[in-house]
Design a protein around this ligand. Structure first.
Ligand SMILES: [Cu+2]
Length: 100
C-alpha cells in the first residue's frame, strides 16, 4: 500500500559527510504535492495538530504546515481529496480556505 514499503536494493541513505544529506533517495513513484491555505494556526502546536490529522489520511506521505504563512503542503501518492483535507483540518480545529 505505502510507496515507502520497499526500496530497491542499494538505494539507502548514507550518513552525511560533507554537510549535505539526501532527503529522498529516489523519486520512483510520481508524487502529488498540493498547497492549501489554512486559517487559525498560530504556533508550532497548531502546526503539529494539522499535520497529524492530515497525515492520517489515506495516501498522504508528508505534510508541511507553517503557522506564520498559514500554508499547508500535502504530499500524497495521488492528488488529495480536498473535502478529506477540509475535514481533517476542521477536525484539528482550524479552517481550510482552499488550494493556493
Ligand atoms: Cu498553536
Amino acid at each position: 500500500m505505502t510507496p515507502w514499503g520497499k526500496y530497491p536494493q542499494g538505494v539507502r541513505c548514507c550518513p552525511p559527510r560533507d554537510g549535505t544529506r539526501h532527503r529522498r533517495p529516489m523519486r520512483r513513484t510520481p508524487m502529488s504535492t498540493t498547497t492549501y491555505k489554512v486559517t487559525g494556526m498560530t504556533c508550532g502546536h497548531c502546526e503539529s495538530a494539522v499535520k497529524s490529522e492530515i497525515s492520517a489520511l489515506d495516501g498522504v506521505t508528508a505534510v508541511e504546515a507553517v503557522a506564520a504563512t498559514g500554508l499547508v503542503t500535502v504530499t500524497a501518492a495521488t492528488a488529495p481529496d480536498d473535502e478529506a483535507i477540509r475535514a481533517a483540518v476542521d477536525e484539528a480545529g482550524y479552517e481550510l480556505v482552499g488550494r493556493v
